[in-house]
Design a protein around this ligand. Structure first.
Ligand SMILES: [Mg+2]
Length: 281
C-alpha cells in the first residue's frame, strides 16, 4: 500500500491557461481564465485537493485495503484508490457555499485521477470549477498555481494549500494548511470556518484578512506552546505555574519581559530558561 502524492494541474469544466515566460511554462497548450464569477465582487476560494481536502491511498490487490476510508474510486486502469475525507470537509464546502464563495478546486493532479474523486466528494455540485495539472505552471522544475492568470481580482482571492511551492507566486493570498493524512482529530477546516471565514467580510481586500488571520494564528501557537511546556514542568512553584498559565493567554510580546524577570529569580530558574528559549525561537 502506498500513499499517492499527485502532482499539480486545471479544470474539466473550465478553460486552460495562458502566459508563458522564460521561467514560467504551462503544462498544457494554451491557458485561459475562469468564466466570470456569477456575482459581482464575489470572493473566490481556491482549494487544493490532496492532503488539503482528502488523502487518497493506492492499494495493490495483493494487500488488504485500509480499515478506515470514506469511499473508493477506480481509474481507467481499474486501479483502486481509497479516499479519506478530511474531518469537516462536507461542512466546510457547505459553509463556503452559504457564504456565497465561489469554490474552485485547484489541484496539481491529473484530471483522470482527481475528477473521479471530486465527483464523489462533491455530489451536490458546490464546487464551481475544477482546475487540474494543465492549469499549473512550471517554475524551477516545480508546479505552481498562478492565481493572477485566472480572471479574478487578487483582492477577492484566497488559496488554501498544504504545499507552499504551489502558491509561491502569490504568497500573500495563501493560507497554509497542515497536510492531512488520516488524523481523526484534525480540526484545520473547522478552525478556518470559525476563525477566518467567519470574519473576513470586514476586509475589502482578502489579503488583509489573510495577513491578520495568520498573525493571530502565530500568536496563538506561541501561547499554546508556552502552556504546553508549562504543563510538563514538574519542579516549578505552584504560584508561578498559575502565573505562567495566565499570561500565556495574554498578548505574547508583553509576556517576554515578565518571563525574564522570573527567570532571574535564583531558586526558580530551572524550568524557566527553557521556556524562554521556546518562546523566542
Ligand atoms: Mg496538496
Amino acid at each position: 500500500m502506498s500513499t499517492t502524492f499527485p502532482s499539480p494541474m486545471p479544470l474539466s469544466r473550465s478553460p486552460q491557461f495562458a502566459g508563458n515566460s522564460a521561467q514560467l511554462s504551462t503544462h498544457g497548450p494554451s491557458p485561459c481564465a475562469l468564466p466570470p464569477p456569477t456575482l459581482p465582487n464575489q470572493r473566490t476560494v481556491f482549494l487544493d485537493l490532496d492532503h488539503t481536502l482528502i488523502c487518497a491511498i493506492s492499494c495493490p490487490p495483493s494487500l488488504l485495503p485500509p480499515q478506515n476510508y470514506d469511499f473508493l474510486v477506480k481509474n481507467d486502469h481499474n486501479r483502486v484508490r481509497y479516499v479519506r475525507k478530511r474531518p469537516y470537509v462536507d461542512e466546510f464546502l457547505k459553509y463556503l457555499s452559504q457564504k456565497n464563495f465561489e469554490i474552485v478546486v485547484f489541484t496539481a493532479a491529473e484530471e483522470s485521477y482527481a475528477s473521479v474523486i471530486l465527483d464523489k466528494l462533491d455530489p451536490k455540485g458546490l464546487i464551481s470549477h475544477r482546475l487540474y495539472r494543465k492549469s499549473c505552471k512550471r517554475l524551477d522544475g516545480r508546479s505552481v498555481k498562478d492565481l493572477s492568470d485566472l480572471g479574478r481580482d487578487l483582492k477577492n482571492v484566497v488559496i488554501i494549500d498544504d504545499q507552499p511551492t504551489s502558491y509561491r507566486l502569490q504568497p500573500e493570498n495563501a493560507i497554509p494548511i497542515r497536510p492531512f493524512i488520516d488524523e481523526l482529530q484534525d480540526h484545520e477546516l473547522k478552525k478556518l470556518m470559525d476563525n477566518f471565514f467567519d470574519d473576513y467580510e470586514q476586509y475589502e481586500d482578502l489579503k488583509d484578512a489573510i495577513k491578520h488571520y495568520l498573525e493571530v494564528e502565530k500568536q496563538n501557537r506561541r501561547g499554546r506552546l508556552i502552556g504546553t511546556r508549562f504543563d510538563t514542568g514538574s519542579h516549578l512553584p505552584v504560584e508561578v505555574k498559575a502565573f505562567f498559565l495566565c499570561i500565556s493567554f495574554q498578548q505574547f510580546p508583553c509576556s517576554i519581559s515578565i518571563f525574564t524577570k522570573i527567570a532571574r529569580s535564583p531558586k526558580r530558574c530551572s524550568g524557566f530558561t527553557i521556556m524562554i528559549f521556546v518562546c523566542t525561537s
